[in-house]
Design a protein around this ligand. Structure first.
Ligand SMILES: *Cc1c(COP(=O)(O)O)cnc(C)c1O
Length: 402
């Protein structure tokens, strides 16, 4: 079965999961801080702006702010939360290219001075509602190699990025930077090569227009390490290689730029996914005959797509059954508790071996689900409430409802 030890998991997280008698989402703040510090060692000099949507939890934002990180906010609500959690306004940027006049004005009033953009219309609005602000233009990427590509909706082609930043300068804004996002859970280092090539082209073209940006924002996309694919195989992203390619890319872009160029990263998933886990419980292990007559086991858990595991159609999480360290297993489709048939792992692809002796109420730990779990939670689909959360190594204080 899952011969997983406290050492794999991190002892504080394992202890908190073991101590929980009710369902909850547990974060290991010290683990998140360590992942942040490792990232800064791997990419010396980068400024970290945590992508808030990956874990909009005050304590997580405060812990990261304490290590020097800022926030990549996507709405006035996220800006307010970052400030409330103690992130200095100067370390908060508005990273969403999609924003109304009112969103811009509110963020500006709250003290945000740096905004993402990707269109002439958005630049014109920024010039009115955030006069004099610093803007960085998002350059589109293809998203190949990522579990979630993020292409189409954001960013403009390299040539248009030049036009957008020239317009920003002409409108009295500061053309401050360029950004990319290579796609979330990017599994290849090649994607970063491609992004650096495009950014280099734009830097050269900007130079011809007399524009020298002061920073490049390399976005998110750095992978979590603990996921399994839809067939249950470990995803195992080449993280060392990715870091090496990014370091080379930073050198290359500095050479092209020729002056002082800062680098920003906006990690979301990479910082929090592996340092959050859910203590859930078994609803029931059943055996039924499918339409084709074949017998199938189904393991229904107390959490699923609508309360913590929204990404379960693209990947599998590692499951630990602490009450069943050994004994025979059966292959099962794992599913959540709601009356929605999408609330399940894909049953064509990945049956999961689960202990045959599982009983209703047995605890189960869902690992590496610290990213996007709180954001992608419904308010109570079928009456299943959002999970409360807690912090490893700290006395309990639930946070979901207050
Ligand atoms: C969501 C998002 C991120 C974080 O992406 P991850 O893949 O979780 O690292 C970073 N930047 C922007 C603009 C985003 O929208």
């Amino acid at each position: 079965m899952s011969p997983l030890t406290a050492a794999d998991l991190g002892a504080p997280l394992a202890a908190a999961l073991a101590a929980a008698t009710e369902d909850r989402l547990v974060y290991d703040l010290a683990g998140i801080e360590r992942r942040h510090d490792t990232l800064r060692n791997e990419l010396p000099g980068v400024h970290v702006r945590f992508a808030m949507k990956a874990c909009p939890v005050d304590e997580v934002l405060a812990a990261l702010a304490g290590r020097g990180a800022g926030a990549d906010a996507a709405s006035p609500g996220e800006v307010e939360q970052a400030l409330r959690a103690g992130v200095p306004a100067g370390r908060v940027h508005y990273g969403n290219t999609v924003k109304s006049d009112r969103n811009i004005a509110e963020a500006h009033r709250l003290g945000v001075r740096t905004f993402a953009t990707d269109s002439l219309q958005d630049v014109a609005a920024l010039a009115v509602h955030a006069p004099g602000a610093r803007v960085f233009c998002r350059v589109a990427t293809g998203g190949a190699g990522a579990l979630w590509g993020l292409s189409n909706k954001f960013g403009c082609p390299p040539g248009d990025a030049v036009r957008v930043l020239v317009a920003a300068r002409d409108a009295g804004l500061v053309p401050a930077g360029l950004s990319v996002h290579v796609g979330s859970q990017q599994m290849t280092s090649e994607a970063w090569h491609g992004a650096v090539d495009d950014l280099g082209d734009v830097l050269r073209a900007l130079g011809r227009h007399g524009i020298r940006v002061d920073h490049v924002n390399l976005g998110g996309g750095l992978p979590a390490l603990g996921y399994r694919d839809r067939h249950g195989a470990p995803l195992d992203p080449p993280l060392d290689k990715i870091f090496a390619v990014i370091r080379e890319g930073m050198d290359e872009l500095r050479r092209i730029h020729g002056g002082h160029l800062d680098f920003v990263v906006e990690p979301g998933r990479h910082l929090v996914a592996d340092h959050g886990a859910i203590r859930a419980h078994v609803v029931r292990l059943t055996e039924r005959r499918a339409a084709d007559g074949e017998r199938q086991h189904w393991l229904y858990l107390s959490c699923g797509k609508f309360n913590g595991l929204y990404e379960m159609d693209a990947l599998q999480y590692r499951l630990v059954f602490p009450g069943h360290p050994d004994g025979p297993c059966v292959p099962a489709v794992v599913a959540g508790p709601t009356c929605d048939s999408d609330d399940a792992y894909s049953h064509e692809e990945g049956l999961v071996p689960v202990p045959a002796a599982l009983a209703s109420g047995d605890p189960v730990w869902v690992l590496s689900c610290g990213a996007y779990a709180t954001s992608y939670t419904t308010r109570g689909f079928n009456g299943f409430a959002p999970l409360p959360y807690a912090f490893a190594g700290r006395p309990e204080r639930t946070g979901a409802d207050d």
